[in-house]
Write a protein that binds this ligand. Sequence first.
Ligand SMILES: Nc1ncnc2c1ncn2[C@@H]1O[C@H](COP(=O)(O)OP(=O)(O)OP(=O)(O)O)[C@@H](O)[C@H]1O
Ligand SMILES: [Mg+2]
Length: 353
Amino acid sequence: MNDPSKTKLGPPIVGVSKNIERVRELIEHVAGTGLNTVVFGESGVGKEVVAQNLYQKSPRVGKPFIKINCAALPEGLLESELFGYERGAFTGAEQKKKGKFQLAHSGVLLLDEIGDMSLPLQAKLLHVLQSGGEFSPLGSEKEVKADTWVIAATNHDLKRDIEAGKFREDLYYRLNIIKIYLAPLRERPEDIPPLINFYVKEYSQMLNNRNLEKPSPNVIERMCKYSWPGNVRELQNVLKRMLVLGDCSQILDELFNSEKITATQDGAADSSMSQHASLTEIIDLEGANSPDSQSFSLKTAKKKAVEMVEREIISHVLEKTDWNRSKASKILKISYKTLLYKISDLNIVPPEK
Ligand SMILES: Nc1ncnc2c1ncn2[C@@H]1O[C@H](COP(=O)(O)OP(=O)(O)OP(=O)(O)O)[C@@H](O)[C@H]1O
Ligand SMILES: [Mg+2]
């Protein structure tokens, strides 16, 4: 576990923008301190890479680097994964199990998507941090102590979550001693060419040292103008496609087309939301799905809202592509099969000709 060769190292932080330079500077300053840190930024922007770089430059390198995604697990499971349990602590707990907090002892615990952690678990985490890493695994009377450096990452605006009562203010201040913010890629297009250079080399090695041809300056210039909603992860995917398929211009055309459609959809969704007073559609104020009725739940209302937006977006893209499902699935970035399933599930019907 403590063998450095077994710890997967992340890539260096590539980029020349002011934001990335500041991030690199912060990493240099913070890595030696072990101060609780939160990395903020949109999805795919590089939050995990920052956490890996903090770890690599810290005296804890070579010790465990453990990551847990707080959004991926239901509350009870997340608690047992984080803090561990004794045998018999709950049905199914046949063996005693150490939690990630303890497994990360002397190393780093990355709490990914911390903004999605439930309030009761936030309270427990706060208690652990306040006590200097002491806690009892589930079903145990004994306290264990772990010297774990907690780095959190989130794409939420935690201040707004605090105002909405979804995130504890005391935990925010306890975790957020150091704040590292990664700007979206569209706000730092100057990072795109160096990222392309870096990943062309990486992928050439990955694909058996094939000498992959870097996109032309013209293509790179166009790439700098795209908005990259999926940030560096999207850039990586597009680049892989370009390197393997070669048809850079067509790939870019598709990207810009999907951008245009999304922009139209955003406009259409905004106006339709306000026109149709969509809340009353989602929450039937008089009926079974009214907040006063027994069967009402936020989950059902949310599901309905998502379905409504999905139906509108998919219908719009199908209309724009003249019901060419293959083209539509590419624009929507879902598989052809998923699109067919959604058309049937959401009951979307082609217009009568
Ligand atoms: N500045 C960068 N230099 C090199 N690679 C980067 C950089 N930023 C991101 N990447 C790469 O982009 C991909 C996505 O980054 P990462 O997983 O760190 O994003 P994230 O913010 O944690 O995303 P999510 O919110 O989806 O968890 C990774 O493969 C990562 O190595
Ligand atoms: Mg991540």
